[in-house]
Design a protein around this ligand. Structure first.
Ligand code: 13P
Length: 252
């Protein structure tokens, strides 16, 4: 297999210190107990990154943040720089999640800038793309994803420093998912767009995750598709059993 599966949890704005450390310890214990042939990543909120890092010691679970600023330091009140994330032991950062594109009006251009800064600091990025329900109904899914790939993914992206997450916005937190055929069609189109932008060799090795209402019961079907290389999981990543069961079902 040229692309090892990545099972990534996006905890979003959830978990205070106690709950977060308990969850991280529980995931760490389950992952340690089973030798899963996949990569794991968890992305807690900024406030507990340091504490969660300690809970992951002795495991291969990577730590990621959910956003980053494009400057290394300076007058940006409330923001967090790429160097601050590496300083905490993060190796990944999620960029351009639809909740940030909407809540914080993040553009493809800004996401691209953030990704370059993250890569320069040695961080790997998970760059999120995906269409709204209205765009899907209008038959624009593939066009929206292509535009977001061309706009958000920087020219310095490699299969090592970049992961793409396709998250249809209408599937996030709703319990709805596209059909397996639809997911495969969009992922294949994303890979074709990556190939156009970065070359075939890089595109073939780059991981493309699916996100949006992934749970243990649908993970097997979705994560076995040829162009689906893992999952970015929201709600189900807040339960250690479900998060690990997703990996287990994906690898069966
Ligand atoms: P859910 O798994 O809760 O639908 O969230 C998906 C997501 O947005 C992950 O980034």
């Amino acid at each position: 297999m040229i692309r090892k599966k990545l099972i990534a949890g996006n905890w979003k704005m959830n978990c205070l210190l106690e709950e977060g450390t308990m969850l991280a310890k529980s995931v760490a214990a389950k992952v340690k107990a089973n030798k899963y042939d996949c990569d794991f990543l968890i992305c807690p909120p900024f406030t507990i990154l340091a504490a969660v890092k300690k809970c992951l010691r002795g495991t291969k679970i990577a730590l990621g943040a959910q956003d980053v600023h494009f400057a290394d330091k300076g007058a940006h009140t409330g923001d967090i720089s790429p160097l601050m994330l590496t300083d905490l032991g993060c190796s990944y950062v999620i960029i351009g999640h639809s909740e940030r594109r909407v809540d914080h009006h993040e553009s493809n251009k800004l996401i691209n800038q953030k990704a370059v800064a993250a890569h320069n600091a040695g961080l790997n990025t998970v760059i999120c793309i995906g269409e709204t329900g209205a765009e899907r109904d209008a038959g624009k899914t593939i066009k929206v994803c292509q535009d977001e790939i061309f706009g958000s993914v920087p020219d310095d992206a490699t299969a090592k420093n970049t992961v793409i997450a396709y998250e249809p916005i209408w599937a996030i937190g709703t319990g709805k998912t596209p059909t397996a055929d639809d997911v495969e069609e969009v992922h294949a189109a994303i890979r074709a767009a990556l190939s156009k932008k970065l070359g075939k060799a890089i595109a073939n090795k780059m991981r493309i995750l699916y996100g949006g209402s992934v749970k243990p019961s649908n993970a097997g079907e979705l994560l076995k598709l040829p162009d689906v290389d893992g999952a970015l999981i929201g709600g189900a990543s807040l339960k250690a059993d479900d998060f690990v069961a997703i990996a287990e079902n994906a690898l069966k």
